[in-house]
Design a protein. Structure first.
Length: 188
């Protein structure tokens, strides 16, 4: 008698997350169905709900952005170094698990949904921006930090989604030089 095949819950859950990342990257929240994600993995759609609770919770987990650890821990680390890292991660990184796009840009495709806007706001306002504001100090540090965030996200949108010619074809190094000048101006 053949033994029934045991399902590896952790592996199935991970495969569902990977499939969701690709689907959400390509089609946004509204264009992605739970049945499609489950079909990509070859499982019953009920498993999506068992492992994640809802499509919204799956989306939130699939697009959670991990803030690089240690990036802002060292007060001696210059703000330009932090910006260099984020420029690479937000604008130039190849996020294979999201079809080559940064998860924040993937979320922008679905930003018409209030829960997704709230998720984006939370990740930015509780993640990068307070660290930038603390580093900037002086007058209006929160505003200047948000300007840095807007610069990086805007560059990511122009380079990845709109494929504007100059930014799309620019190298990390030449872009880094110009961004460093902008961040230095905001630091004064």
């Amino acid at each position: 008698m053949d033994q029934p095949k045991r399902r590896d819950k952790a592996a199935t859950r991970a495969k569902l997350l990977d499939a969701a990342r690709l689907r959400f990257a390509r089609h946004g929240f509204d264009g992605t169905g739970v049945r499609d994600i489950a079909a990509d993995v070859g499982v019953d759609p009920a498993l999506v709900f068992r492992y994640f609770g809802s499509k919204e919770q799956l989306h939130e987990e699939a697009l959670r952005v991990e803030i690089p650890t240690g990036l802002t821990d060292d007060p001696a680390r210059p703000l330009t170094h932090i910006t260099d890292t984020l420029l690479h991660d937000v604008v130039f990184a190849d996020w294979e698990q999201f079809a080559g796009e940064h998860p924040l840009l993937v979320m922008l495709r679905s930003a018409g949904r209030p829960t997704i806007r709230d998720q984006m706001r939370q990740q930015l306002c509780e993640g990068y921006l307070p660290d930038f504001a603390e580093r900037l100090g002086g007058d209006n540090p929160a505003l200047r930090a948000e300007l840095v965030g807007a610069l990086l996200i805007g560059m990511g949108v122009m380079r990845t989604i709109l494929n504007t010619p100059a930014l799309h074809n620019a190298s990390y190094e030449e872009t880094r030089t110009l961004v460093t000048r902008l961040i230095t101006a905001l630091s004064d």
